[in-house]
Write a protein that binds this ligand. Structure first.
Ligand code: NDP
Length: 241
């Protein structure tokens, strides 16, 4: 049996591609999801990857969920914090619920989940935590103060935790996708999407599999010296040092 990997939001979009890529690389994979039972059942029947439903924004639910995964597969060695949502509005129209939901699901989740696995990783002297941030956390995006703040927060979380865990064989990194062809982007109005694609030098949206490839690279045992970094995959839409 390969190392145990847990992917949050691992049943749809980028997360589904990550679950499959890690499974294909020989890991024992558990895929978490939040509420879409139909998509999770379809994913499970197509891939055979076990699915687990809980809300990553809820600390207690993460505690129970990770404990269930551990009982089934063993201690989590690779955690991919991928689950995320958008609730876009300009700040002058953004209500408190949509601020809270985005911070909770995208940022609190990184604490809620990492906290459950960190002791086992420290005891084992091995771990990989890979957090999915976004181009819009790197550059900011109008209509997304909530999402940009959460995604930028993930980068700070990653840099701090990487320093805490460096001597324990644990690496902590981000992957920062640009615009990728998933349900999340399907919510963007067609005209706005055309405008976005026009600003991507590669001339197209990214594919989920291209983001999964980055995660598989960072998860590898051989990537032990890469920690605290952000691997950007955005078709040159935003180039940052
Ligand atoms: P999707 O909307 O396609 O899928 C989101 C996944 O996250 C689903 O599996 C969903 O579960 C799960 N999820 C949502 N909320 C929760 C929750 N509270 N608890 C547990 N699981 C939850 O998103 P993408 O694949 O597009 O995005 C994946 C990640 O990549 C996100 O963090 C996103 O911010 C980031 N990203 C995406 C980009 C893009 O262009 N698509 C660009 C940059 C970053 P369910 O099916 O049950 O709803």
């Amino acid at each position: 049996m390969g190392r145990v990997a847990l992917v949050t939001g691992g049943t749809r979009g980028i997360g589904a591609a990550i679950s499959i890529a890690l499974r294909d690389a020989g890991y024992s994979v558990a895929a978490n999801y939040g509420g879409n039972d139909e998509a999770a059942a379809k994913f499970n029947s197509e891939t055979g990857i076990a699915t687990y439903k809980w809300d990553v924004g809820d600390f207690g639910a993460c505690q129970e969920g990770v404990s269930e995964v551990k009982g089934a597969l063993g201690p989590v060695e690779i955690l991919v914090n991928n689950a995320g949502i958008t609730r876009d509005a300009m700040l002058h129209k953004l209500d408190k619920d949509n601020w809270d939901a985005v911070i909770r699901t995208n940022l609190d989740s990184c604490f809620n989940m990492s906290r459950q696995v960190i002791d086992d990783m420290r005891n084992a002297g091995f771990g990989r935590i890979i957090n999915i941030t976004s181009i819009n956390g790197q550059k900011g995006q109008l209509g997304q103060t909530n999402y940009s703040a959460a995604k930028a927060g993930i980068i700070g979380f990653t840099k701090a935790l990487a320093q805490e865990t460096a001597r324990k064989g644990i690496t902590v990194n981000c992957v920062a996708p640009g615009y990728v062809d998933t349900d999340m982007v399907a919510d963007v109005p067609e005209e706005a999407l055309k405008g976005i694609i026009a600003t991507i030098p590669v001339g197209r949206l990214g594919k989920s599999e291209e983001i999964a490839h980055c995660v598989r690279f960072l998860a590898a045992d051989e990537s032990a010296f890469i920690t605290g970094s952000t691997l950007t995959a955005n078709g040159a839409q935003y180039i940052t040092g």
